[in-house]
Design a protein around this ligand. Structure first.
Ligand code: ZN
Ligand code: ZN
Length: 325
């Protein structure tokens, strides 16, 4: 096994690890100054219409080495073709355009796993919308979407996360071909239909999903097992206001009410999936938590739109940032 180097960075697109000195540059000069080129590596990785892009080139190693000592300074190099200065950097493996301050941010890559392939996209879109509503009061942060990326940047401001910029990227576990890259993941969310908790549906599929993830994963990644489509089943939890209420982050991102939800699901899970499987999870995966969520923008009483969609995610993010995993 190749050991991950301490000063390596993980690409938010392809999850390859690379050193800052290995990052390539993209020329940003106008097309009439520097002719755009076909970027086969980029086109091979990103599912967008092929178009010619700014030339990708290597910066001079001496220049980069000097600048990497002061990591917050933006590196500027001259294009090897037209000599226009650029600080736009790309991943050496996929040529994905890295956010401007990528090397000074904390990057937290999440894996998403679901039995239905639409679920990861629904989740990311719903999460982004919900976070857009709660940042600023519940979460002291602002959020920006990064072009091309399935993810976003948090700028936290005096919260329990401290003042920092955090890049969150999402990756569908089944699409990660390179086994080594899975080791870069810091957290994983497995989505299971809530109906499997109540014996309405064959659970073997879900069972396999969790088993796969525990086999695949993952040196210390934080696991959240998230039961979606909870809207249809809130009646089952009528006595448990913890499940029906919105998450409450007043006691910080430890999110005590999220812990109550997890406890509540535990019994149902044991009944649906068997206590032996539950024991396996407890023994083999640490740390982990159950959650419930809605992936719908509905207004059914009593569940709010995208009910608890941020719950497990914020707990995992806090865990990663707090423990520096
Ligand atoms: Zn990449
Ligand atoms: Zn150029």
């Amino acid at each position: 096994m190749k050991l991950k180097q301490k000063d390596s960075f993980t690409c938010p697109f392809c999850l390859h690890s690379f050193l800052q000195s290995e990052a390539l540059y993209r020329c940003v000069a106008l097309p009439q100054i520097c002719r755009p080129e076909q970027d086969d590596i980029f086109d091979g990785f990103f599912d967008v219409a092929p178009e010619k892009r700014g030339r990708v080139f290597e910066g001079q190693s001496r220049q980069i080495r000097k600048l990497s000592l002061s990591s917050f300074q933006t590196t500027q190099v001259k294009c090897d073709m037209c000599a226009t200065k650029t600080n736009a950097q790309v991943c050496p493996h996929c040529h994905g355009d890295l956010p401007e301050d990528f090397f000074s941010m904390v990057h937290v890559p999440f894996a998403l796993q679901a039995d239905n392939e639409e679920v990861p996209n629904l989740f990311v879109a719903g999460l982004l919308e919900k976070l857009g509503k709660i940042t600023g009061h519940d979460i002291q942060a602002t959020i920006e979407k990064v072009p091309l990326m399935n993810g976003f940047i948090f700028s936290f401001d005096k919260s329990s996360f401290g003042s920092k910029r955090v890049l969150v990227s999402f990756h569908t576990l089944n699409n990660i071909e390179n086994e080594e890259n899975k080791k870069s993941l810091k957290a994983a969310l497995v989505f299971l239909e809530a109906t499997t908790l109540f014996g309405d549906k064959d659970v073997s599929f879900a069972y396999k999903d969790i088993e796969n993830i525990s086999n695949d994963l993952m040196s210390g990644a934080i696991l959240g097992i998230n039961f979606y489509n909870i809207d249809d089943y809130y009646g089952y939890f009528a006595k448990t206001s913890a499940v029906v209420d919105s998450p409450d982050f007043r006691d910080g991102y430890q999110n005590l009410c999220g812990e109550y939800v997890s406890q509540e699901i535990l019994t149902l899970f044991g009944a649906a999936y068997g206590v032996n499987f539950l024991r396996q999870i407890r023994q083999n995966i640490k740390p982990w938590r159950f959650g419930v969520c809605s992936l719908r923008d509905n207004h059914n009483v009593p569940l709010a739109s995208y009910h608890r969609i941020e719950d497990l995610f914020l707990w995992q993010l806090h865990y990663v940032l707090e423990k520096g995993i």
